[in-house]
Design a protein around this ligand. Structure first.
Ligand code: PTJ
Length: 264
């Protein structure tokens, strides 16, 4: 598909095509296109931009990843396809590991997604996010990013079936976990384990959004790209008194302003 460079919805159309292609290649859940469409609808209401409240949430999330002892970025099918490279960059800059962890688990999908994320890691190793990073140092940083998910040997308590599976060295022992597009039940279960749970979800009203410790109401690729740029500056030490409920109210107000129904 050829999309003109100046098409106003170019990024959105490119992402849509990536999802369609990845679905055909067997990487995604059957319902992945529905989930993506739901996200697109909210993104349209938000104005396909990163709002000020999302920028604050991204800063808070980054701060928590930097301060964590065992930070993990959990990747499902949609997020690997849309923002896998950005996730690897973010992991390298914040000393996080990455875990492929999917809700609709099949061995075939796990194999394909693990192979995809390893290929992305190889790509990122040779393509630093900034010219200011010395290539050899960047290669070492990316090399040290552990990819978990191949041998799930632990279970998230209070969840039934394959969606409880995770890695003992990854999600299970993480103190801070970034889980874009998480399911509501699993988000609750992770919070119950005492973890700080950061989610990226375009729907500020979802159970995931309202349960998480920090909710970034933004499109996953845009959010991760911004976080990578911020992370290049190193830890922020914002020490903020984060109020996630207030952040969600801000996000809803921004939707109102985007649609010009509320005054600015
Ligand atoms: O790969 P798997 O098996 O783990 O499955 C992944 C999906 C996404 C199919 C699964 O987790 C699922 O069914 O998700 P839900 O319950 O439909 O939730 C998706 C949420 O993510 C919705 O609230 C959407 O608004 C939001 N969303 C969708 N696309 C994006 C998004 N948020 C940010 N960026 C997006 N690109």
């Amino acid at each position: 598909m050829t999309i003109p460079d100046d098409h106003p919805r170019r990024e959105s159309l490119l992402s849509r095509q990536k999802i369609v292609d990845a679905q055909a290649a067997g990487l995604l859940a059957d319902s992945a296109l529905i989930a993506h469409g739901r996200g697109e609808a909210f993104d349209y209401l938000i104005g396909e931009r990163t709002t000020d409240s999302a920028k604050r949430a991204e800063m808070e999330a980054l701060d928590r990843l930097f301060r964590a002892k065992s930070p993990v970025i959990s990747m499902n099918g949609n997020t690997t396809v849309l923002a896998g490279r950005e996730a690897i960059c973010l992991a390298a800059l914040t000393n996080s590991s990455v875990e492929i962890n999917i809700f609709y688990r099949t061995e075939d999908r796990m194999r394909l997604l693990l192979s995809e994320i390893h290929n992305m890691k190889d790509y990122v190793m040779e393509n630093p996010p900034s010219d200011e990073i010395e290539s050899e140092r960047w290669r070492d940083m990316v090399k040290s990013v552990k990819i978990h998910g191949e041998n799930p040997d632990a279970k998230i308590p209070h969840l039934k079936g394959p969606r409880a599976l995770c890695s003992s060295q990854g999600i299970f022992r993480a103190d801070v976990i970034l889980v874009p597009l998480e399911d509501g039940d699993r988000c609750e279960a992770l919070v119950s384990m005492g973890k700080e749970v950061i989610v990226i979800d375009l729907n500020p009203l979802s159970r995931t959004s309202t349960t998480a410790s920090v909710t970034i109401v933004d499109e996953v690729k845009r959010a991760m790209e911004r976080m990578v740029i911020m992370a290049l500056e190193g830890p922020l030490n914002s020490n903020s008194d984060w109020d996630n409920r207030a952040a969600l109210v801000d996000a809803l107000n921004e939707i109102g302003r985007s649609t010009k129904l509320l005054s600015s």
